[in-house]
Design a protein around this ligand. Structure first.
Ligand SMILES: [Zn+2]
Length: 94
């Protein structure tokens, strides 16, 4: 079901409505009761897209950050253990 964003011109209340495409537009503001509600044309999907995009970006960046951290630390650990191994070998050899 598509979600539409509506904004009330009177009180600037914005809300989302799940609606079928054939459903008539909301007119009455649930907040102030005035018939000043307008559909944010095109913005409906855009806002939702933006919203989920934001979350996705946040999520991605967080994930990316943590992944980078993990990679860095694991690489560092690997390097460390390798270096340690080498050192140990060296020490053993020497
Ligand atoms: Zn209103």
């Amino acid at each position: 079901m598509p979600t539409y964003d509506y904004e009330c011109d009177a009180c600037k209340h914005t809300f989302e409505m799940f609606q079928t495409i054939t459903a008539s537009h909301i007119r009455k503001c649930p907040e102030c009761g005035k018939l000043k509600v307008k559909r944010l044309i095109g913005a409906g999907s855009t806002v939702i897209f933006k919203g989920s995009g934001f979350y996705q970006t946040d999520y991605r960046s967080e994930e990316y950050k943590s992944r980078q951290k993990a990679e860095k630390s694991s690489t560092a650990e690997k390097k460390d253990s390798k270096a340690k191994k080498k050192e140990t070998k060296k020490n053993v050899k020497d």
